[in-house]
Ligand binder design. Structure first.
Ligand SMILES: Nc1ncnc2c1ncn2[C@@H]1O[C@H](COP(=O)(O)OP(=O)(O)OP(=O)(O)O)[C@@H](O)[C@H]1O
Ligand SMILES: [Mg+2]
Length: 180
């Protein structure tokens, strides 16, 4: 399928505090369904793990979100759905992912989130929700949400369209644009 034939919907925000990033992510987490894959990309300290913390809140996950850099994957429970938190930063992670039955939790009974997904993108299934964070200033981040590989009217495009108005999320986040 070529890129133009794909349903791709996106919304872009600017966040001016970690709390605002979490609030945006929490709203997304509240609407995520079983089997969803969320990818996170952005430089060191861009706010990927901060965003995962918000997703976990939205899912009602009780376990603490930590950086899984030195473990393959952390399974976080106690919420509406289990959250599988994966970090692909280290070299060779794609091999570990494939060898360890990674596809089972990538599209399994919960929500899978992958930090540094660009490193293993070729191995990741669609549809997925792609999050890109951009460091703009000390506490300012650009956040782009894109649905990739889902037909129009699917649950992820619906979720993106249905996100609450920005002023209801947090005062320190502003919407910059949307497509689709
Ligand atoms: N608007 C913002 N949104 C998110 N984080 C912010 C924001 N402003 C400042 N920060 C700070 O940036 C840092 C983001 O750290 P975080 O661990 O979430 O990044 P990361 O992308 O996961 O990094 P790594 O690549 O090391 O995993 C935190 O210290 C957070 O307090
Ligand atoms: Mg991180």
């Amino acid at each position: 399928m070529d890129a133009d034939a794909r349903a791709l919907r996106s919304r872009a925000y600017e966040s001016r505090s970690p709390g605002a990033t979490e609030a945006l992510a929490r709203n997304i987490g509240e609407g995520l369904h079983e089997g969803t894959l969320v990818t996170l990309d952005g430089d060191l300290g861009a706010g990927k793990t901060c965003f995962v913390r918000g997703l976990a809140m939205g899912l009602g996950v009780q376990d603490d979100v930590a950086s899984p850099t030195y473990t393959l994957m952390q399974e976080l429970g106690g919420g509406r759905l289990p959250l599988y938190h994966f970090d692909a930063w280290m070299e060779g992670r794609e091999k570990a992912l494939l060898a360890d039955g990674g596809d089972a939790w990538l599209s399994g009974d919960g929500v899978a989130v992958v930090e540094w997904a660009d490193r293993i993108r070729a191995h990741l299934p669609e549809p997925r929700l792609e999050i890109r964070l951009q460091h703009r200033a000390e506490s300012v981040r650009g956040i782009r949400l894109s649905v990739v590989g889902e037909p129009d009217g699917g649950p992820l495009t619906d979720l993106l369209r249905a996100l609450p108005p920005i002023q209801d999320l947090a005062p320190e986040v502003a919407e910059e644009g949307r497509t689709g």
